[in-house]
Design a protein. Structure first.
Length: 250
């Protein structure tokens, strides 16, 4: 660990991202975000937003994207961090809610995201809101994590290798994965039942050829860990049956 900073106890820390040589940090229900100097971690500003703050990522071309647990992603593409645009996320042409962790991809056209209480990650096209691909990582959690581990909740793109790091609530490890996306055309859409297989290279007896090749590595990525560690024991309330029937689940 090179540097650290103490987050105020009055706030519930949520997603963070790097933006304009700064670190952007969300809070869950306080409607305020904090800006830190990238080198010193000293707070240098703050900003406000409507609704809850869950995940955030930054694209060089399309700006900041924020999730609030709803079926929309908010977008800010200016220097003032004003989330005035909204993108509805669609799976198979229909709405889908509870979008959580976000990772803007280096191609500036897609976002990797996960849904709360879901071990999958989804490839979202930012120009349309369509979900182009889904990858299920539940087998990794079930095989390599303990019974106390929660759902997947961390995604980061490695700019050097082009691979991705994934982790989750109370997971003991980080996993480096290679994903070969195959459905990224302009009209990409998946069916809600689409579920590409996961091929774990270190699993005995596995003989699947899939879209995901998993190499298990142990690592500590401090910034990613601090962005999720304060929500280890507290979770948003589980939606009621009536709310689910309103379209919150895929």
């Amino acid at each position: 660990m090179r540097r650290s900073t103490i987050f105020p106890d009055d706030y519930f820390a949520e997603g963070l991202t790097i933006w304009n040589n700064s670190i952007i940090q969300l809070t869950w229900k306080e409607n305020i975000g904090f800006i830190y100097d990238l080198q010193t971690l000293q707070q240098i500003g703050n900003f406000s937003y409507q609704g809850e703050g869950w995940g955030i990522c930054n694209s060089d071309e399309t700006g900041l994207w924020l999730s609030d647990g709803s079926g929309h992603l908010q977008n800010s593409n200016d220097s003032t961090i004003s989330f005035i645009k909204s993108l509805e996320v669609l799976i198979g042409g229909g709405p889908s809610e509870r979008w959580n962790e976000l990772e803007c991809l280096s191609n500036n056209e897609h976002i990797l995201a996960n849904k709360w209480f879901d071990d999958s990650i989804y490839l979202i096209q930012t120009s349309s809101g369509f979900v182009c691909q889904r990858v299920d990582f539940s087998s990794i959690r079930e095989q390599y994590e303990s019974e106390s581990s929660g759902v997947l909740n961390g995604i980061a793109e490695d700019p050097i290798t082009g691979n991705y790091w994934v982790t989750g609530k109370n997971w003991s490890n980080y996993y480096e994965v290679k994903i070969e996306f195959s459905n990224i055309s302009s009209n990409c859409q998946i069916n809600s039942s689409s579920d590409p297989p996961v091929d774990c290279l270190d699993c005995e007896g596995e003989n699947q050829i899939g879209l995901v090749y998993v190499t298990i590595l142990l690592a500590l990525i401090w910034l990613t860990y601090t962005s999720i560690s304060k929500r280890q024991t507290e979770k948003p309330p589980i939606v009621s049956k009536d709310e689910q029937e309103g379209g919150e689940d895929v």
